[in-house]
Design a binder for this molecule. Structure first.
Ligand code: PMV
Length: 336
Protein backbone atom coordinates (compact mmCIF):
# COMPACT_ATOMS: atom_id res chain seq x y z
CA UNK A 1 0.00 0.00 0.00
CA UNK A 2 1.05 3.58 -0.52
CA UNK A 3 -0.19 6.61 1.40
CA UNK A 4 -0.52 9.84 -0.49
CA UNK A 5 -1.01 13.24 1.12
CA UNK A 6 -1.33 16.78 -0.18
CA UNK A 7 -0.66 19.43 2.43
CA UNK A 8 -1.09 23.17 1.75
CA UNK A 9 1.44 25.84 2.47
CA UNK A 10 0.22 28.82 4.47
CA UNK A 11 0.85 32.53 4.69
CA UNK A 12 0.83 34.12 8.14
CA UNK A 13 -1.26 37.25 8.51
CA UNK A 14 -0.14 37.60 12.14
CA UNK A 15 3.46 36.41 12.22
CA UNK A 16 5.33 33.85 14.25
CA UNK A 17 8.78 35.34 14.75
CA UNK A 18 10.81 34.48 17.84
CA UNK A 19 10.47 31.58 20.26
CA UNK A 20 10.13 31.41 24.03
CA UNK A 21 11.46 27.84 24.08
CA UNK A 22 13.38 26.60 21.06
CA UNK A 23 13.46 22.90 21.99
CA UNK A 24 9.71 22.72 22.52
CA UNK A 25 8.99 25.03 19.59
CA UNK A 26 7.08 27.37 21.87
CA UNK A 27 6.48 30.62 20.00
CA UNK A 28 6.87 34.00 21.65
CA UNK A 29 3.40 34.97 20.42
CA UNK A 30 0.19 33.75 18.79
CA UNK A 31 0.02 33.66 15.00
CA UNK A 32 -2.79 33.45 12.47
CA UNK A 33 -2.53 32.17 8.92
CA UNK A 34 -4.43 31.48 5.74
CA UNK A 35 -3.86 28.11 4.04
CA UNK A 36 -3.03 28.44 0.33
CA UNK A 37 -4.04 26.35 -2.66
CA UNK A 38 -0.41 25.39 -3.15
CA UNK A 39 0.70 21.97 -1.97
CA UNK A 40 3.47 19.57 -1.16
CA UNK A 41 2.59 16.06 -2.26
CA UNK A 42 4.21 13.21 -0.37
CA UNK A 43 3.85 9.49 -1.02
CA UNK A 44 4.97 7.03 1.62
CA UNK A 45 5.11 3.24 1.75
CA UNK A 46 6.66 0.58 3.95
CA UNK A 47 10.06 -0.47 2.74
CA UNK A 48 10.64 -4.20 2.81
CA UNK A 49 13.75 -4.57 0.70
CA UNK A 50 16.16 -4.79 3.60
CA UNK A 51 15.76 -6.42 6.96
CA UNK A 52 16.81 -3.34 8.83
CA UNK A 53 14.49 -1.56 11.25
CA UNK A 54 13.83 2.15 11.12
CA UNK A 55 15.56 2.90 7.83
CA UNK A 56 14.36 5.87 5.84
CA UNK A 57 14.62 6.04 2.07
CA UNK A 58 13.95 9.50 0.90
CA UNK A 59 13.48 10.70 -2.64
CA UNK A 60 12.68 14.28 -3.44
CA UNK A 61 12.08 16.14 -6.62
CA UNK A 62 15.11 18.36 -7.24
CA UNK A 63 13.19 20.34 -9.83
CA UNK A 64 10.68 21.59 -7.33
CA UNK A 65 13.39 23.01 -5.16
CA UNK A 66 13.79 20.54 -2.33
CA UNK A 67 17.09 21.86 -0.97
CA UNK A 68 19.77 19.94 0.97
CA UNK A 69 18.80 21.97 4.03
CA UNK A 70 15.19 20.76 3.69
CA UNK A 71 16.28 17.15 3.23
CA UNK A 72 18.41 17.31 6.35
CA UNK A 73 15.51 18.79 8.35
CA UNK A 74 13.05 16.23 6.97
CA UNK A 75 15.23 13.23 7.80
CA UNK A 76 15.99 14.52 11.27
CA UNK A 77 12.26 15.02 11.87
CA UNK A 78 11.36 11.53 10.62
CA UNK A 79 13.97 9.97 12.89
CA UNK A 80 12.59 11.93 15.79
CA UNK A 81 9.03 10.73 15.01
CA UNK A 82 10.09 7.13 14.67
CA UNK A 83 12.12 7.16 17.91
CA UNK A 84 9.66 9.06 20.04
CA UNK A 85 6.54 7.20 18.85
CA UNK A 86 8.19 3.78 18.68
CA UNK A 87 7.47 3.07 15.00
CA UNK A 88 10.20 0.80 13.74
CA UNK A 89 9.07 0.07 10.18
CA UNK A 90 11.35 1.38 7.45
CA UNK A 91 9.78 3.89 5.10
CA UNK A 92 10.16 4.82 1.47
CA UNK A 93 9.17 8.46 0.98
CA UNK A 94 8.83 10.51 -2.18
CA UNK A 95 8.04 14.17 -1.88
CA UNK A 96 7.66 17.09 -4.24
CA UNK A 97 6.34 20.61 -4.12
CA UNK A 98 3.59 21.56 -6.52
CA UNK A 99 5.25 24.89 -7.10
CA UNK A 100 8.31 25.66 -9.17
CA UNK A 101 11.87 25.57 -7.92
CA UNK A 102 13.41 28.65 -6.39
CA UNK A 103 10.24 30.69 -6.55
CA UNK A 104 10.83 31.95 -3.05
CA UNK A 105 7.78 30.31 -1.50
CA UNK A 106 8.49 28.92 1.93
CA UNK A 107 8.10 25.18 1.53
CA UNK A 108 8.86 24.07 5.07
CA UNK A 109 5.25 24.49 6.29
CA UNK A 110 3.75 22.24 3.61
CA UNK A 111 6.86 20.06 3.33
CA UNK A 112 7.23 19.13 6.99
CA UNK A 113 3.44 18.94 7.39
CA UNK A 114 3.19 16.49 4.48
CA UNK A 115 6.04 14.29 5.67
CA UNK A 116 4.59 14.08 9.19
CA UNK A 117 1.11 13.19 7.94
CA UNK A 118 2.28 10.68 5.33
CA UNK A 119 4.63 8.86 7.72
CA UNK A 120 1.95 8.59 10.43
CA UNK A 121 -0.65 7.33 7.93
CA UNK A 122 1.81 4.70 6.72
CA UNK A 123 3.03 3.55 10.12
CA UNK A 124 -0.56 3.23 11.40
CA UNK A 125 -2.04 1.92 8.10
CA UNK A 126 -4.62 4.72 8.00
CA UNK A 127 -6.54 5.81 4.93
CA UNK A 128 -8.26 8.89 6.36
CA UNK A 129 -8.15 11.42 9.19
CA UNK A 130 -10.95 9.46 10.93
CA UNK A 131 -8.80 6.36 10.76
CA UNK A 132 -5.81 8.20 12.18
CA UNK A 133 -7.93 9.53 15.02
CA UNK A 134 -9.10 6.01 15.93
CA UNK A 135 -5.44 5.09 16.26
CA UNK A 136 -4.79 7.98 18.63
CA UNK A 137 -3.64 10.59 16.15
CA UNK A 138 -6.14 13.43 16.20
CA UNK A 139 -5.48 16.27 13.81
CA UNK A 140 -4.42 18.38 16.78
CA UNK A 141 -1.83 15.80 17.77
CA UNK A 142 -0.51 15.56 14.20
CA UNK A 143 -0.26 19.36 14.10
CA UNK A 144 1.77 19.30 17.34
CA UNK A 145 4.11 16.70 15.88
CA UNK A 146 4.47 18.68 12.62
CA UNK A 147 5.28 21.76 14.70
CA UNK A 148 8.39 20.05 16.02
CA UNK A 149 9.64 19.82 12.42
CA UNK A 150 8.80 23.40 11.52
CA UNK A 151 6.68 25.80 13.59
CA UNK A 152 4.59 27.08 10.69
CA UNK A 153 3.85 23.48 9.57
CA UNK A 154 1.54 23.12 12.57
CA UNK A 155 -0.90 25.55 10.89
CA UNK A 156 -0.92 23.63 7.58
CA UNK A 157 -2.99 20.75 9.01
CA UNK A 158 -6.19 22.73 8.37
CA UNK A 159 -7.62 24.75 5.52
CA UNK A 160 -9.06 28.26 5.72
CA UNK A 161 -7.89 30.51 8.56
CA UNK A 162 -5.87 28.93 11.36
CA UNK A 163 -4.89 30.29 14.77
CA UNK A 164 -1.77 28.98 16.56
CA UNK A 165 -2.29 29.82 20.23
CA UNK A 166 0.82 30.25 22.34
CA UNK A 167 -0.88 29.20 25.58
CA UNK A 168 0.44 29.59 29.11
CA UNK A 169 3.21 27.04 28.73
CA UNK A 170 4.79 24.94 25.92
CA UNK A 171 2.41 22.05 26.59
CA UNK A 172 -0.78 24.09 26.34
CA UNK A 173 0.00 25.69 22.97
CA UNK A 174 -2.24 24.51 20.13
CA UNK A 175 -3.51 25.23 16.64
CA UNK A 176 -7.19 25.73 15.97
CA UNK A 177 -9.11 26.29 12.73
CA UNK A 178 -10.84 29.65 12.92
CA UNK A 179 -12.95 29.86 9.76
CA UNK A 180 -13.05 27.60 6.73
CA UNK A 181 -11.94 28.39 3.19
CA UNK A 182 -15.49 29.10 1.97
CA UNK A 183 -15.93 31.89 4.50
CA UNK A 184 -14.28 34.52 2.30
CA UNK A 185 -13.16 34.51 -1.34
CA UNK A 186 -9.73 35.94 -0.72
CA UNK A 187 -6.79 35.34 -3.01
CA UNK A 188 -3.04 35.69 -2.71
CA UNK A 189 -1.05 36.81 -5.72
CA UNK A 190 2.56 36.00 -4.82
CA UNK A 191 4.97 38.37 -6.55
CA UNK A 192 8.32 36.69 -7.15
CA UNK A 193 11.06 39.31 -6.94
CA UNK A 194 13.95 37.00 -6.22
CA UNK A 195 14.51 33.28 -6.63
CA UNK A 196 17.57 33.13 -4.41
CA UNK A 197 17.61 30.98 -1.31
CA UNK A 198 17.76 33.05 1.85
CA UNK A 199 21.17 33.32 3.48
CA UNK A 200 19.85 33.23 7.04
CA UNK A 201 17.42 30.38 7.75
CA UNK A 202 14.25 31.12 9.68
CA UNK A 203 15.50 28.87 12.52
CA UNK A 204 18.46 31.22 12.97
CA UNK A 205 16.30 34.29 12.54
CA UNK A 206 13.91 33.19 15.30
CA UNK A 207 16.92 32.85 17.60
CA UNK A 208 18.08 36.44 17.04
CA UNK A 209 14.63 38.07 17.23
CA UNK A 210 14.92 38.68 20.99
CA UNK A 211 17.97 40.89 20.51
CA UNK A 212 15.99 43.54 18.65
CA UNK A 213 14.93 46.51 20.80
CA UNK A 214 11.63 46.38 18.91
CA UNK A 215 10.83 42.81 19.93
CA UNK A 216 9.31 43.37 23.41
CA UNK A 217 7.19 46.37 22.33
CA UNK A 218 5.79 44.22 19.50
CA UNK A 219 4.81 41.41 21.88
CA UNK A 220 2.82 43.88 23.95
CA UNK A 221 0.82 44.86 20.87
CA UNK A 222 -0.01 41.32 19.70
CA UNK A 223 -3.14 40.50 21.79
CA UNK A 224 -5.00 43.56 20.55
CA UNK A 225 -3.80 43.15 16.97
CA UNK A 226 -4.96 39.54 17.03
CA UNK A 227 -8.44 40.55 18.22
CA UNK A 228 -8.75 43.23 15.53
CA UNK A 229 -7.48 40.84 12.88
CA UNK A 230 -9.92 38.10 13.87
CA UNK A 231 -12.81 40.59 13.77
CA UNK A 232 -11.79 41.91 10.35
CA UNK A 233 -11.72 38.35 8.99
CA UNK A 234 -15.03 37.40 10.61
CA UNK A 235 -16.67 40.52 9.18
CA UNK A 236 -14.81 40.33 5.84
CA UNK A 237 -13.47 43.88 6.19
CA UNK A 238 -10.54 43.88 3.80
CA UNK A 239 -9.49 47.50 4.39
CA UNK A 240 -9.19 46.83 8.14
CA UNK A 241 -7.45 43.54 7.64
CA UNK A 242 -5.10 45.08 5.07
CA UNK A 243 -3.92 47.83 7.38
CA UNK A 244 -3.22 45.28 10.12
CA UNK A 245 -1.33 42.77 7.98
CA UNK A 246 0.84 45.45 6.38
CA UNK A 247 1.75 46.91 9.77
CA UNK A 248 2.48 43.38 10.98
CA UNK A 249 4.71 42.42 8.03
CA UNK A 250 6.70 45.65 8.21
CA UNK A 251 7.14 45.30 11.95
CA UNK A 252 8.47 41.75 11.55
CA UNK A 253 10.98 42.93 8.95
CA UNK A 254 12.05 45.84 11.19
CA UNK A 255 12.71 43.35 13.99
CA UNK A 256 14.64 41.13 11.62
CA UNK A 257 16.78 44.02 10.40
CA UNK A 258 17.42 45.40 13.90
CA UNK A 259 18.37 42.10 15.53
CA UNK A 260 21.94 41.11 16.29
CA UNK A 261 23.19 39.86 13.90
CA UNK A 262 20.79 41.59 11.54
CA UNK A 263 18.63 39.49 9.21
CA UNK A 264 17.85 41.58 6.17
CA UNK A 265 15.43 39.71 3.93
CA UNK A 266 14.01 42.69 2.04
CA UNK A 267 15.81 43.82 -1.09
CA UNK A 268 15.72 47.01 -3.15
CA UNK A 269 13.17 45.23 -5.40
CA UNK A 270 10.92 44.60 -2.39
CA UNK A 271 10.94 48.30 -1.51
CA UNK A 272 10.36 49.28 -5.14
CA UNK A 273 7.41 46.90 -5.32
CA UNK A 274 5.87 48.15 -2.05
CA UNK A 275 6.16 51.73 -3.36
CA UNK A 276 4.51 50.68 -6.64
CA UNK A 277 1.70 48.89 -4.79
CA UNK A 278 0.97 51.85 -2.50
CA UNK A 279 0.93 54.28 -5.45
CA UNK A 280 -1.27 52.05 -7.59
CA UNK A 281 -3.68 51.43 -4.73
CA UNK A 282 -3.93 55.15 -4.17
CA UNK A 283 -4.68 55.81 -7.83
CA UNK A 284 -7.07 52.92 -8.47
CA UNK A 285 -8.65 52.65 -4.98
CA UNK A 286 -8.47 48.90 -5.48
CA UNK A 287 -8.38 47.04 -2.13
CA UNK A 288 -5.18 44.97 -2.32
CA UNK A 289 -2.76 44.67 0.59
CA UNK A 290 0.62 43.11 1.14
CA UNK A 291 2.25 40.75 3.55
CA UNK A 292 5.69 39.13 3.45
CA UNK A 293 7.48 36.08 4.84
CA UNK A 294 11.16 35.74 5.74
CA UNK A 295 12.22 36.62 2.21
CA UNK A 296 12.10 39.38 -0.41
CA UNK A 297 8.90 38.28 -2.17
CA UNK A 298 5.54 39.92 -1.61
CA UNK A 299 2.08 38.40 -1.14
CA UNK A 300 -0.74 40.61 -2.43
CA UNK A 301 -4.03 39.76 -0.72
CA UNK A 302 -7.24 40.73 -2.48
CA UNK A 303 -10.84 39.59 -3.08
CA UNK A 304 -11.76 37.21 -5.89
CA UNK A 305 -14.18 39.72 -7.46
CA UNK A 306 -11.20 41.99 -8.27
CA UNK A 307 -9.05 39.24 -9.74
CA UNK A 308 -8.96 40.48 -13.30
CA UNK A 309 -8.03 44.03 -12.29
CA UNK A 310 -5.35 42.93 -9.82
CA UNK A 311 -3.75 40.56 -12.32
CA UNK A 312 -3.74 43.32 -14.94
CA UNK A 313 -1.92 45.61 -12.50
CA UNK A 314 0.63 42.91 -11.70
CA UNK A 315 1.03 41.63 -15.26
CA UNK A 316 4.65 42.78 -15.59
CA UNK A 317 5.75 40.72 -12.60
CA UNK A 318 6.36 37.01 -12.23
CA UNK A 319 3.46 35.85 -10.07
CA UNK A 320 1.69 32.80 -8.66
CA UNK A 321 -1.97 33.53 -8.00
CA UNK A 322 -3.81 31.22 -5.61
CA UNK A 323 -6.98 30.95 -3.56
CA UNK A 324 -7.53 29.59 -0.05
CA UNK A 325 -7.07 25.86 0.54
CA UNK A 326 -9.71 23.67 2.14
CA UNK A 327 -6.97 21.73 3.88
CA UNK A 328 -4.84 18.62 3.54
CA UNK A 329 -6.03 15.43 1.86
CA UNK A 330 -4.98 11.88 2.56
CA UNK A 331 -5.57 8.67 0.59
CA UNK A 332 -4.41 5.06 0.53
CA UNK A 333 -3.84 3.24 -2.71
CA UNK A 334 -2.53 -0.18 -3.51
CA UNK A 335 0.42 -0.69 -5.82
CA UNK A 336 -0.85 -2.50 -8.88
O1 PMV B 1 8.20 27.69 10.54
P1 PMV B 1 9.43 28.48 10.42
O2 PMV B 1 10.43 28.15 11.48
O3 PMV B 1 10.02 28.38 9.04
O4 PMV B 1 9.08 30.04 10.65
C1 PMV B 1 8.20 30.74 9.83
C2 PMV B 1 8.34 32.20 10.03
C3 PMV B 1 7.54 33.09 9.09
O5 PMV B 1 7.21 32.43 7.90
C4 PMV B 1 8.38 34.30 8.75
C5 PMV B 1 6.26 33.61 9.76
C6 PMV B 1 5.14 32.64 9.93
O6 PMV B 1 4.39 32.80 10.89
O7 PMV B 1 4.96 31.74 9.08
Amino acid sequence: MKYKVRVPTNIALLKYWGKSDEKKQWPANDSLSMSLDLYTETVCSLHHFENKEGTLYFQSDQETGTTPAFLHKALEHLRFLSNSLGFKDSLYIQTHNEFPAGCGIASSASGLGAITLAALACWTNSSSFEDLEKKGFTRERISKLARLGSGSASRSLWGGFVHWQRGENPESQKCEPLLDAEHWNLRDCIVILSEQEKTISSSEGHRYAHTSPLFEPRLAKIPQRLEYLKKSIENKQLAHMGALIEEEALEMHEIMASSNPPCVYMTASSFDFLTFLAKTRNETKLPMFFTMDAGPNVHVIYEEKNREKVLEILKNYQTIDVGISSGPVLSRESYV
